[in-house]
Ligand binder design. Sequence first.
Ligand SMILES: NC(=O)c1ccc[n+]([C@@H]2O[C@H](COP(=O)([O-])OP(=O)(O)OC[C@H]3O[C@@H](n4cnc5c(N)ncnc54)[C@H](OP(=O)(O)O)[C@@H]3O)[C@@H](O)[C@H]2O)c1
Length: 226
Amino acid sequence: MKIIVTGATGFVGHAVVRKCILSEAITSVIILSRNPVGKLLKRKKVRVIRHDDFLSYPPDLLETLRGAQCCIWCLGKKPRLWLNPLSVKKVNLEFPLAAANAFKSNIAPGGQRFQFVFCSMSGAEWDPLESFWETADIQAADIRKLKGAAERGLLDIAEEAPEAFRAIVLRPGFVKSDADNLSSMAIDGRPGVHVSVLASALLRVCIQQPMETIIENEEIVELGTV
Ligand SMILES: NC(=O)c1ccc[n+]([C@@H]2O[C@H](COP(=O)([O-])OP(=O)(O)OC[C@H]3O[C@@H](n4cnc5c(N)ncnc54)[C@H](OP(=O)(O)O)[C@@H]3O)[C@@H](O)[C@H]2O)c1
């Protein structure tokens, strides 16, 4: 299986590419990245394509991606790293929707449905008017709504073109290094998951195509631990 991965210079995306390298089911990994990726990811079956504008997918790029059956989308921006609200909206909402629209009918091998596996977050909120009385953290509330809007947008695209495109959303809680103790690190009672477990779950979903469309943290742990 040929697969596209974004966010490979980041915490989650790096772990996903490492899993792809080890997986016999994955024959080819295309990383789309604006920055160079670490040496550890430079392997025979991995190709890195420098891509600066994640709103735009010109025909020659789509030609290179042709044959891919799945994209694991790990590109995103954490609230603490926010530069300005517009850039956060662009990265977390507009980028994945632009990619999904470009990939939906252009690159999967003949007759196959393209799968877009989206790394979202637990607590992603679909209602833009939700007030989040339980948190005073405006940035955390906004990111939940942006992730919710991205999820909805992806599922809408899938509904419009069910033969060509499918979106699957994974909603991890706090993602921790494998060396960390999850229970001692729980914050606000939100669940956690080790990064390699999340990466395994993202890849497993890609390969096995489960029926579920939205996969919460607890099931991510189950899927990624088996
Ligand atoms: N870490 C967690 O605890 C956690 C929990 C729940 C959900 N998530 C979600 O999981 C996803 C990945 O998280 P992470 O922890 O791996 O984040 P990360 O380490 O900050 O990595 C973010 C990735 O997104 C890319 N990126 C950000 N802005 C970009 C832009 N403007 N153009 C191109 N690429 C851009 C970065 O590339 P550059 O290196 O080029 O900047 C990097 O590869 C995010 O969507 C996040 O919301 C994370």
